[in-house]
Design a protein. Sequence first.
Length: 201
Amino acid sequence: MNLANKTAIIIAIFLGFFASLKDNPLQPLDNFVRDVFYYHDSTQVAWFGKWILSSPGHLETAIIGLAIGSAILIKNKRHTTTLIYISSIISMGAISYFLKEFIGRARPETGSDMTSLAWPSGHTMLATVMWGSLLLIVFKEQVNKKLAMKIWLIIITITACGRMLGGVHWFTDVVGGFLIGFLIVQAAIYFDDKKSIPVQQ
């Protein structure tokens, strides 16, 4: 396990632990970032952030990405990688649901009609896992790795900012979602590198 993965695990554990506390020591930071991103106090801007900027992490986007990615992998006879790709996205959903229920953190009070729990940000996690898997696994032969990483980080940043601009997540929610999603992608890459065996013609 490399340093980046170890660091991500440690930070994610601390963020999750703090988010579960009634007196979260990071709440002043979250309040400050919330005030910066939600300074607009506009339902139109919040809608834009929640539905447009956050679209890389929407369920509908995930379904389309899952279908396209799987079809490409199957066409290229990368059957083991197909299973890894599908498993990474499904496991992300399960992990997100479990952690939200386990941590039990409420969303920011910004007038949002969302009633589900906050930590970690499912949209940020989904954007991290799906787009990371697409760019670094499905299209790893077609896209330069440095370019893929840049595109990946841009997508994650836009999604995370959209969630905060929409007033539906705290800053540490989106950081937690990114870190956990990053670890899922790293695990998927590891298994793909170690166990993906091309089908013989």
